[in-house]
Design a protein around this ligand. Structure first.
Ligand SMILES: *[C@@H]1O[C@H](CO)[C@@H](O)[C@H](O)[C@H]1NC(C)=O
Ligand SMILES: *[C@@H]1O[C@H](CO)[C@@H](O)[C@H](O)[C@H]1NC(C)=O
Ligand SMILES: *[C@@H]1O[C@H](CO)[C@@H](O)[C@H](O)[C@H]1NC(C)=O
Ligand SMILES: *[C@@H]1O[C@H](CO)[C@@H](O)[C@H](O)[C@H]1NC(C)=O
Ligand SMILES: *[C@@H]1O[C@H](CO)[C@@H](O)[C@H](O)[C@H]1NC(C)=O
Ligand SMILES: *[C@@H]1O[C@H](CO)[C@@H](O)[C@H](O)[C@H]1NC(C)=O
Ligand SMILES: *[C@@H]1O[C@H](CO)[C@@H](O)[C@H](O)[C@H]1NC(C)=O
Ligand SMILES: *[C@@H]1O[C@H](CO)[C@@H](O)[C@H](O)[C@H]1NC(C)=O
Length: 865
């Protein structure tokens, strides 16, 4: 392989811009008549301009590796933090251009239409520079600044950047979608305010260590390493200050003020060496004051959980967790479009007397000294009014307008009572009204809580380390492990944010007609088909091999899995934990698993269907690895865990479940199931398990998709056309194939058609096979670092990223595997070791096969190095 290819390979490794560091960009200043696009600077993660010491880079990049939305951003290099983006509301594509002319900077879409630009009629621009502070400036010929990014902040403020009066930070919709969300930090005359859809919910002076120095009008907000300040009097006098604990090493720290997507305003210091973040300050400090923390009409309690307000419940038809009236004949008013609805159909639902609304403390009442019916009439006659709070004592009437957020528990002793406006509906969906009893704890709705996720991630990492160490130990461990000890306890209600719907045992027994239709069984237990009362088909998985961890840990894992939503991942709809038994309720996939469809003889899975399955599976895994808040390693990627719906939709199942096993069981699970053909070599050696281990398994699955047969199912093939030496076997004229090795050799010989499922009878184009084969071989590189990430795989399959050249030196281990395979097969007495290594037939009798795994040393399996 040429050195150019090797170089390309390494550069591609650096593709995911926020996961890897890229090399320094030497260009300190750029002159007009310059253009850039992501593809043009792909080797540098899209970076084309760097500050003097390379602390900051200007890049055209996507916010997540697999995302198709590209932004022109400034990134703090060592902490990988985006501090500014030009086109947050107008993402571009990877080939769209940024142009610097003497008139300024402009971003064009693919057809040359300007999507974003610096203001027109700037004085003639002579250069573009990125300063060491992170400020992107346009300079004229005399080096005067004519435009600077510091004047147009997005959701972050860095040290030295001023946020002037009337300007604001606006939250992003999500980490991936940088466009403007609904939260804002606005600098006002006397304070800095947080707003949600224009309604105030917090001000800086509310912070417990905030101090008002003077009463001058505020001019701007600024931050340095000692704290955050509102300044007045030409920037000379402090108006309000919040001083931080000053125990950090200022010289090595990078600090930002950020308004995040959930509405939290915080100061975060980031250690540039390891990227670790420390929150120095957070507002509001009481997270229940965040307007949408519990979504619409969820009551936020101090314990950090959400429940619908009385008389409301989570809409069982909707997955978003919004609360709706429990009474099916009432509904929340629709969008206000000017036409006032019939007043007689309006009803008000009382809120409990201990409940309050975030905006009440920040808004004037709409009227004083009126009675309740006047207050309600005011609301009824205006369609933008969604509810009222009324104070009996003062006769004050407060309105909730336009947007309805979460409800909080009263903190002050006020006598105001809340009334939520609803509209009577004549034809309620019969299901809605009757359904409530079937969702006993449905009131527990999502509460964004990054803490849990971080903990879950740490637990995963620790667990994965422990798991490897124990691999040798399991040689003597028992196969059957009583699962009574841990699960005997009854699970009472534990409040864990993000828990999906909880079913009770009776419901599941009814839904599955007493577990009568078994549709599968796997390493975690048995799967039954069921139908919920709302008619939805589900797959109910009864977990039999359960770890010894407590119920709280179990529920925490469930909460993590339940929050993962992606079109290529099977959705967890709910769970049941009762009578010492645990069930997971998944959406039902009507075409079963890939192994069934792919390996059956008729009808065959068409090439384009296989391709879609390959891409879908890759997307799902990419999402697990990097697309969501926390990384999940599947650990058991194989056709049995790739499910199909209507033949075209593909979803991965069983992700996140490996964490539910006890260490003993999980290593057992590894050896019994994973080893068999899909398991990366590092599982059996001392190297670390990572997302790249899933990539290996995926590569093996891809080879099976190409061939339509199990990789290791021995196939005797006619020896007519140029036999590779390693396949010569005892029987003349025939050779036995270990398919991954055959794929390597055919790749070397560039004879890709030989690899494709013969049943296609030449209907598949050579280039298409070649693409898949090359991707698959790159995925099974022995050295994990040489395998592409799943998002790279998606890019290569979609043709967005050039397909890598497989590296032969990292594939030679296949020759060893293949030799063992051929030897064993030729002798007709396939040794048990090879069985363990190479065979992937469904395990029917675990107990008897088990002993055969116990003596494979890691050396034997990983081969000579
Ligand atoms: C940029 O290009 C324009 C037209 O293509 C040309 O008139 C101008 O002189 C160029 N400027 C520089 C600095 O090269
Ligand atoms: C570019 O923007 C113009 C105007 O909005 C639109 O008509 C055109 O389709 C866009 N091109 C692409 C490739 O998105
Ligand atoms: C502008 O700054 C550059 C270096 O940043 C310098 O080389 C150049 O002489 C300066 N021009 C003027 C007019 O000061
Ligand atoms: C931080 O800024 C405040 C307000 O401008 C100032 O009083 C203080 O001296 C600054 N501290 C440092 C270490 O620069
Ligand atoms: C600041 O220090 C005080 C006392 O040392 C401590 O209670 C508080 O939690 C610290 N605050 C932060 C944000 O670290
Ligand atoms: C206003 O919205 C309501 C319900 O959303 C709808 O029934 C009505 O037709 C709309 N009126 C107009 C003028 O759009
Ligand atoms: C509320 O006040 C209005 C006018 O002030 C009056 O007409 C109405 O009777 C009062 N309603 C009640 C229930 O007291
Ligand atoms: C409804 O209330 C909003 C906000 O107070 C106000 O702007 C609007 O004019 C009112 N509409 C009517 C029809 O009274």
């Amino acid at each position: 392989m040429g050195s150019a290819a090797v170089t390309t390979f390494f550069l591609l490794c650096a593709l995911s811009p926020f996961l890897t560091l890229s090399g320094p960009v030497s260009m300190p200043s750029i002159s007009p008549n310059f253009t850039a696009s992501y593809l043009q600077f792909i080797d540098n993660s899209g970076a084309f301009l760097a500050s003097q010491k390379n602390s900051f880079q200007a890049r055209i990049t996507n916010s997540k590796p697999e995302s198709r939305s590209f932004y022109f951003v400034i990134v703090h290099v060592s902490s990988k933090t985006i501090i500014w983006s030009a086109n947050r509301n107008f993402p571009i594509s990877e080939s769209s251009q940024l142009r610097l002319t003497t008139g300024g900077l402009t971003l064009y879409n693919d057809t040359g239409y300007p999507l974003w630009s610096t203001p027109q009629r700037l004085p003639s621009v002579a250069s573009l520079q990125l300063l060491e502070s992170g400020n992107l400036v346009l300079l004229d010929a005399m080096n005067n600044t004519v435009w600077e990014s510091f004047d147009f902040p997005t959701d972050v403020l860095v040290v030295g950047q001023k946020l002037g009066i009337g300007k604001s930070l606006v939250s992003s919709v999500s980490d991936e979608d940088l466009s403007e969300g609904s939260y804002r930090l606005v600098v006002g005359n006397y304070d800095a305010m947080l707003q949600w859809n224009g309604m105030n919910y917090w001000r800086l002076s509310m912070y417990k260590t905030a101090f008002r120095d003077t009463n001058f009008p505020v001019e701007h907000m600024v931050m340095n390493f000692t704290g955050v300040y509102l300044m007045g009097q030409n920037g000379e006098e402090v108006v309000i200050k919040v001083i931080l604990n000053d125990s950090k090493d200022i010289s090595s720290s990078f600090q930002i003020v950020k308004l995040d997507q959930s509405g939290v305003f915080s100061i975060v210091s980031i250690n540039p060496l390891d990227g670790s973040k420390k929150e120095e300050f957070r507002g509001p400090s009481d997270s229940c004051r965040i307007p949408f923390i519990c979504r619409r009409l969820g009551v936020c309690t101090n314990r950090g959980s959400c429940q619908c307000a009385p008389a409301f419940h989570v809409d069982p038809k909707m997955s978003n967790g919004d609360c709706v009236p429990t009474d099916g004949y009432l509904a929340l008013p629709g969008p206000c479009n000017g036409s006032s609805s019939d007043k007689t159909s309006i009803k008000y639902l009382n809120l409990r007397s201990d409940l309050d609304y975030f905006s009440n403390d920040f808004m004037d009442s709409v009227s004083h000294g009126v009675n309740l019916s006047v207050c309600q009439n005011l609301c009824s006659s205006n369609c933008s009014c969604l509810g009222i709070f009324y104070s009996q004592g003062s006769g004050s009437c407060y309105m909730i307008r336009n947007y309805l957020g979460s409800i909080l528990i009263k903190s002050s002793s006020t006598d105001r009572l809340g009334y939520i406006k609803t509209i009577e509906v004549r034809n309620p969906n019969a299901n809605l009204g009757n359904k409530k009893s079937n969702f006993p704890v449905s009131a527990v709705v999502l509460l964004p809580s990054s803490g849990i996720i971080v903990i879950a991630l740490i637990v995963t990492l620790i667990w994965l380390r422990g798991r490897r160490r124990r691999w040798k130990k399991i040689q003597r461990s028992k196969l059957e492990r009583g699962n009574s000890s841990s699960s005997a306890e009854e699970m009472d209600f534990i409040s864990i944010p993000g828990l999906p719907v909880r079913f009770d045992y009776r419901e599941l027994a009814e839904a599955t007609r007493d577990f009568s239709t078994q549709i599968g069984s796997g390493g975690f237990g048995t799967v039954y088909k069921g139908t919920l009362q709302d008619g939805a088909d589900v797959a109910v998985k009864k977990i039999t091999c359960l770890g010894s961890q407590g119920k709280k840990e179990f529920l925490t894992e469930i909460a993590v899995i339940g929050k993962i939503h992606h079109v290529n991942l099977v959705r967890l709809k709910g769970f049941c934990a009762s009578r010492g038994q645990r069930f997971l309720v998944y959406e039902y996939m009507n075409c079963g698993s890939l192994d069934h469809t792919l390996f059956q003889s008729e009808p065959i899975l068409e090439w384009n269907e296989r391709f879609e399955i390959a891409v879908g599976t890759a997307r799902g895994l990419a999402y697990l690895h990097s697309g969501c808040d926390h990384k999940i390693i599947h650990c058991d990627v194989k056709p049995e865990n790739i499910l199909l719906h209507d033949k075209s939709q593909v979803k991965i199942s069983d992700f996140g479940l490996s964490k539910l096993l006890s260490p003993e069981q999980s290593s057992l699970f590894t050896t019994l199931r994973g080893t068999r053909g899909y398991l990366a070599p590092e599982w059996l050696t001392s190297s670390a398990i990572s997302d790249k281990s899933d990539v290996y398994s995926y590569g093996m699955v891809l080879l099976e998709l190409i061939r339509g047969k199990k990789n290791s199912s021995p196939q005797v093939q006619s020896n007519s056309s140029g036999t590779p030496s390693s396949f010569s076997s005892g029987e003349s004229g025939h050779r036995l194939i270990y398919f991954p090795l055959f794929a390597l050799e055919m790749h070397e010989a560039r004879r890709y058609q030989e690899l494709v499922d013969p049943r296609f009878m030449g209907r598949v184009r050579n280039e298409e096979v070649e693409r898949l084969v090359r991707v698959a071989l790159c995925c099974v590189h022995e050295e994990p670092n040489l395998r592409p990430s799943m998002s790279n795989v998606v890019g290569m399959l979609e043709g967005v990223v050039p397909v890598w050249e497989p590296r032969i030196e990292s594939l030679n281990f296949l020759r060893f595997y293949g030799r063992r395979f051929t030897e064993a097969s030729t002798l007709g007495e396939r040794s048990e070791q090879n069985e363990a290594m190479l065979c992937q037939q469904p395990l029917t009798n675990t107990t008897s096969s088990y002993s055969s795994f116990s003596y494979i040393s890691s050396q034997e399996v990983s081969g000579p190095r």
